[in-house]
Design a protein. Structure first.
Lengths: 145, 415
């Protein structure tokens, strides 16, 4: 397989061109904004919980990004649907990376994980689940005091 | 530096023999290195000089009385003289070695700004500025209660100087900070005009020349600025060393920035007094061999000739803009070729710069995709990021052809 086919494999291009869960969610139960300071990309994540207030009913995202970040966030919305907030807050990043299934350099890893990291931030704000370490020390900016 | 009336040409194919990085082939081709605006490649003349210095002339500087210490000090101070001459500084005393252009700009913002700014004062930067001449001023303005104002850009990425009148109404103009060449778009800014405007209002003019110094002759006396910072790594020298030039009458009145060894006159428990220029601003052991390498890079670039480099890059920009116009859905940013240095910034409709540069890398074409440390400018352009191809004295037309071929491929697979 060529380098190109490896990185931009069909499932990635499919999620990139037809992202699942792309858009806004009115009256979301949890939401957060994330930025990738390397490239200036921004993503907003919106979460709606089910009647039990714990199960993730729907996740949507908006914002611009590269094929890797868009595809990864699109896959994420499918991956977490129907799971509990606590479970997703503890979701190992490898689970998403396996789903993405392509080799990623450290720079592209940040693209791929921006959605997950922002989702965990949204859950922290709404449910008090642990704050992911990449947001540590940023409580002031994130208005989390 | 002598100014010739007719700009001589340089032979980029011949100069490439000085850069070992082009010896390494991937699929039979060397890297098409189109990211010199981020950092330039290093010629063997610079590397050889640093190696000789480390092997035969190295010790700490301004300390020991033995022969090696004398040689090291001579090498370090010779580099200072070269850097001062390079920008036509009146005296090498006014040339302070820093760790980067960024550190030089922070030095001015802290050491001048903290003591001279307060409520009612205005610090002016621009949308074209690199974060390094933007964020320090924004921060120091906030700390001192001064206003921070920004000169906007027009649709071509040139400064909207008509806005200066509105900016002036914000208070007493105390600082005007601007880069001579925009690292994102290549725009050549009217630094002389801004310096004159600043001085008419009693303000200081702080020039970030990191992107200009490698590509065109700089004359701080003709610019009539008050401070000017540039770095070594963008002009074929090592990273970790830069230079700040400042008027001695300002530098002498300023408090030091970094405190510690070598920058003192006398230290007592009750009080410490500061050393002379430039040492007052060079605390601790400086990047000594890097300074020597910086001097060698100035010799190398000066030997090729700044006028020849400027002309070469101008031709490359004109050629690149012409070729890029072939690509469907490509939007190029920035002024016309005659008003820009060797940088071309663009976007492909609907395709993120990260994907563009990733696919180009598979063809061994290296460009930068990102915000180039100019987020306010990106916001003005209405984008998160751009693709940026930048040229230097070793760039050849074939590399631009490879860029265009690669962009056709990007368009085919992701467009």
């Amino acid at each position: 397989m060529s380098e190109f086919d490896q990185l931009y494999r069909e499932v990635i291009l499919d999620h990139y061109k037809n992202p699942r869960g792309h858009g806004l969610l009115e009256g979301a139960d949890a939401e957060a904004d994330g930025q990738n300071p390397l490239c200036g990309d921004e993503v907003s994540i919106y979460v709606a919980f089910g009647d039990d207030g714990e199960t993730i009913d729907e996740v949507k995202f908006s914002g611009r990004g590269c094929a890797i970040s868009q595809a990864a966030t699109s896959m994420l919305t499918e991956l977490v649907q129907g799971r509990s907030a606590a479970e997703v807050a503890a979701l190992p990043r490898d689970e998403l990376l396996e789903e993405i299934g392509i080799p990623l350099t450290p720079v592209r890893l940040k693209c791929a994980l921006l959605g997950l990291s922002t989702l965990k931030l949204a859950l922290h704000k709404a449910k008090g689940t642990p704050l992911p370490e990449e947001w540590a020390g940023m409580a002031d900016e994130l208005d989390l005091k | 530096m002598a100014v010739t009336t007719e700009a001589p040409k340089l032979d980029a194919h011949k100069l490439r023999a000085d850069f070992a990085v082009f010896d390494e082939l991937v699929n039979g081709k060397p890297v098409a290195f189109l990211d010199s605006a981020a950092s330039a490649q290093k010629p063997r003349q610079v590397l050889d000089r640093m190696r000789t210095f480390y092997e035969h002339e190295y010790s700490n500087v301004h300390r020991g009385v033995y022969k090696l210490a004398e040689r090291a000090t001579a090498g370090y101070e010779e580099a200072r003289q070269k850097a001062a001459t390079f920008i036509n500084a009146p005296s090498p005393r006014e040339l302070i070695f820093t760790r980067s252009a960024t550190e030089g700009l922070n030095l001015v913002a802290y050491a001048w700004g903290l003591d001279n700014l307060g409520p009612g004062d205005v610090v002016v930067a621009s949308e074209l500025d690199h974060h390094s001449n933007f964020v320090p001023w924004q921060f120091i303005a906030k700390r001192t209660g001064a206003e921070f104002r920004v000169i906007p850009t027009d649709a071509q990425g040139e400064l909207h100087l008509d806005e200066l009148d509105a900016i002036e109404r914000a208070g007493n103009i105390k600082v005007v900070a601007n880069n001579l060449v925009s690292n994102s778009l290549g725009t050549i800014n009217p630094a002389e005009r801004l310096a004159a405007w600043a001085h008419e209002r009693g303000a200081i003019m702080v020039v970030d020349a990191a992107q200009a110094a490698p590509h065109r002759a700089i004359d701080v006396q003709a610019l009539d600025c008050d401070f000017l910072a540039f770095s070594s790594h963008k002009l074929c020298g090592p990273s970790g060393i830069g230079a700040l030039w400042g008027r001695s009458e300002l530098l002498e009145r300023m408090s030091p920035f970094n405190l510690g060894g070598h920058m003192i006159r006398q230290v007592k428990v009750e009080e410490t007094t500061w050393g002379q220029l430039p040492y007052k601003f060079e605390a601790g052991t400086m990047p000594i061999a890097e300074a020597v390498g910086f001097g060698a890079a100035i010799d190398y670039v000066g030997g090729v000739g700044l006028d020849a480099i400027e002309r070469h890059e101008h031709e490359l920009v004109a050629y690149a803009l012409e070729r890029l116009a072939e690509i469907p859905g490509l939007v190029a940013y920035g002024p016309p070729p005659e008003r820009r240095a060797g940088i071309v910034s663009f976007n492909l409709d609907g395709i993120h710069p990260h994907d563009v540069s990733q696919i180009l890398d598979m063809e061994n074409v290296a460009i930068r995709g990102g915000h180039h440390c100019t987020q306010p400018l990106m916001r003005r352009l209405g984008v998160a990021a751009t693709n940026r191809a930048s040229f230097y004295l070793y760039t050849i037309r074939e590399e631009i052809d490879r860029l265009v071929d690669g962009l056709h491929k990007v368009h085919k697979v992701l467009g």
